[in-house]
Structure formats: structure tokens, C-alpha cells
Design a protein. Structure first.
Length: 364
């Protein structure tokens, strides 16, 4: 079977959890014996001016016809809908890894930097969405997202909470179309040592990830060191500046590092802190748990479903709650993450997806 994988155009320029998930999905499908190409174009010629993942160092060009298109990201609907429409025009079915949450509902206005927080406090949510629709050429995000979901053979949310959120937000999409496919981890390249003694926050920097409340919390944790590693999320450069301004002297910032470098930083961390308003959850938290690093995460449904009693939970909207969770995690010390690593191994969690993809093609 020949499959075309597609994602947002900046998946490698601005890598995120979806980039890692996409690469691991490609690897799993290839290991199952399928040919997989990758294109970040909206409308690849003849279904395949395609190239292998940038990280592989190889490239394959030329018109190719595919049995299936595999789309990523319902969060970039103006781009993803073009990929979906193109596949259907060519008579090629598609499946979707949704990587979705309604951020307008999940992230409160006070999580944003000035003056964006004031604008969001004053404007009703419907007005914010109307402005976004004008920016996107008049088509509201929700209508595009519904079109993408309706056309997909299968939809792969990363948690039951994400599936239920999609069903609630897009009524009428058949429940049987959804198959929960968990995020995973590779076997840890190293075990945690905690030698660095720092608290680590890793990932893109923006209101959803909530670094502003995190640095406020570390004003009270003035004897602890916080290392924030990552670049500003798209459109969040002003937010990053606000976080840096609000940070006390015990907070250090570093730009994003390659995955191998992040593994080393995780291994030396005392605690991994991800107080996001919503997560699916973050891959850095999964990797930390697999290595045995204590994790501070938010008390939101997708996160608890993954970590259960392993996590130290905080209210992302309350810096005092973040302080309490960080202190508790810091006292807990390192753990044995081998059971978590085995349960969430990429090959294990992606096996149901492979069966679904194969069945989708067989069904015609």
C-alpha cells in the first residue's frame, strides 16, 4: 500500500509534538511494510510530488498515485482543508490525526500578555472568531474543520477526552469514525539522574503552554532554578517578551534544542513542569515519565488519562497551585519509569492505527 503523509507547511521549521508524532507514524507504517511519502504542500501534483521526511536525508521526486492520504492537524484548517479537497478530487480517501482542542474555550483571556489580554476580556468570543474568519478569507475555522472531519475515513484523536471534545463541538460526525490513538515514546536513550538539579519546562512558548504563570510561581520558589527551553509559538513573540520581563533571576531561557539535546536536559532535570491550559499531553512530559523524572502537569482530562497517579497536578490558572505541585514533585525524587515506557511505546500505541488504515483501504 502506498500512503501520502501531509501536515502543516512549517512542520519542520516550527517543529512541535505533531512533528514527532508524524515522523513516528511514518516509521510505524513503513515497518508494517507500506510505502510512505511526505509532502507539506497543499496540493501535491498528481497526488505525489512527494519527499521522504526531512530528517531522513533522502528525497524521492516524481508523480505518484496513492492508495491513501494521511492528514495531520485540525488546528490549521485553512491549509488542511486544501489537502483534504485535493485528495478527494483525485479519488483518494484520507484519514486524519486531529491533534485538536478548541483553544478559544480552553485558554482564558488573562493567560495572554498585555494588551491582548485586555482585548480578549472586552470582546466576546464570537467577535474574536469573526475577526479570525475575516483574516482567513471569510471562511470560519469551524466550518472548515467540520468539512475535514466529514470527509475523513477515520479520525485519530490522542485521547478519549479529545474524541469527546470533537464529538461535542461537531455534532453529527459519526462516533464510529473515531479511533483513539495515544501519543507514545521511544525507549529512553538514558535514565534520569537529576544531576542538574533544575526544574525544566520544554516546548513552544505561548499562552496555551502558560509560561507566564509558571515564572510568576517561581518568584515564590526563589531557591529553585527553572530552565525554560523553547521558541515562541507562531504569533507569540510578544508573549515571549512578556514572560522574559516577568521572570525572576532564578529563571533561565534557552532556545529550542534538537531532540537528542532535549533528552539530555530531561535526564538531568529534577522535575519536568508543564502547567499548560490544555495538552494532549505534551511529548516532553511523556518522555520525562518514561525516564523516571517527576512531572508537574495540569489537572485537565487529557493529561490525567495518560499519567494517573504518576503526575503532580496543578491548576494552570493559579500560580500558588503550581508552586505547591512543584514543591511536592521536588520532594518525591526520581522514579522507575520502565512500566510507563513499555505501556506507551510508539510501536505499541500505533498498532491499532495501522490496522484501521489497512482496513480503510481494503473497504474501498
Amino acid at each position: 500500500m502506498r500512503i501520502l503523509m501531509q501536515n502543516r507547511p512549517d512542520a519542520y521549521e516550527r517543529p512541535g509534538g505533531d512533528t514527532i508524532q508524524m515522523d513516528r507514524t511514518i516509521r510505524a507504517l513503513r515497518e508494517a511494510g507500506h510505502e510512505v511519502d511526505l509532502s507539506l504542500d497543499a496540493e501535491p501534483e498528481q497526488g505525489g510530488e512527494a519527499s521522504t521526511p526531512a530528517s531522513s536525508g533522502k528525497e524521492s521526486r516524481g508523480p505518484v498515485y496513492y492508495n491513501l492520504v494521511y492528514l495531520f492537524n485540525l488546528t490549521t484548517p485553512a491549509w488542511t482543508v486544501r489537502q483534504a479537497r485535493h485528495a478527494l478530487r483525485l479519488g483518494t480517501p484520507y484519514v486524519l490525526s486531529s491533534v485538536y482542542w478548541d483553544l478559544e474555550a480552553a485558554v482564558p483571556w488573562r493567560a495572554y500578555e498585555f494588551p491582548r489580554n485586555v482585548a480578549r476580556a472586552v470582546l466576546p468570543r464570537v467577535a474574536v472568531r469573526a475577526l479570525k474568519a475575516l483574516r482567513d478569507g471569510g471562511s470560519g475555522e469551524k466550518s472548515l474543520q467540520r468539512e475535514i472531519l466529514a470527509g475523513a475515513r477515520c479520525v485519530f484523536p490522542n485521547s478519549t477526552a479529545e474524541r469527546d471534545h470533537l464529538l461535542e463541538r461537531f455534532p453529527g460526525i459519526p462516533r464510529e469514525k473515531f479511533l483513539v490513538v495515544l501519543n507514545g515514546v521511544d525507549p529512553p536513550a538514558m535514565q534520569a539522574s537529576g544531576a542538574g538539579g533544575y526544574y525544566l519546562c520544554a516546548g513552544t512558548i505561548g499562552p496555551r503552554k502558560n509560561q507566564l504563570n509558571l515564572v510568576r510561581a517561581f518568584r515564590r520558589l526563589d531557591r529553585e532554578r527553572l530552565l525554560i527551553v523553547g521558541n515562541a509559538a507562531h504569533g507569540c513573540e510578544r508573549y515571549l517578551k512578556a514572560v522574559v520581563r516577568a521572570a525572576p533571576p532564578n529563571v533561565e531561557f534557552r532556545s529550542a534544542v534538537p531532540h537528542a539535546g532535549m533528552t539530555a536536559l530531561l535526564a538531568e532535570a529534577k522535575v519536568l513542569v508543564q502547567p499548560s491550559y490544555i495538552e494532549t499531553p505534551g511529548l516532553s512530559a511523556l518522555e520525562a515519565a518514561a525516564m523516571g523524572v517527576p512531572i508537574v502537569v495540569s489537572n485537565v482530562p487529557p493529561v490525567y488519562a495518560y499519567f494517573g497517579d504518576l503526575g503532580f497536578y496543578c491548576d494552570p490558572d493559579d500560580p500558588d497551585s503550581i508552586v505547591d505541585a512543584c514543591r511536592e514533585a521536588g520532594r518525591a525524587g526520581l522514579r522507575d519509569g520502565s512500566g510507563f515506557a513499555e505501556q506507551h511505546d510508539w510501536r505499541r500505541v500505533l498498532a491499532p492505527m495501522i490496522k484501521c488504515v489497512e482496513a480503510s483501504v481494503r473497504s474501498g
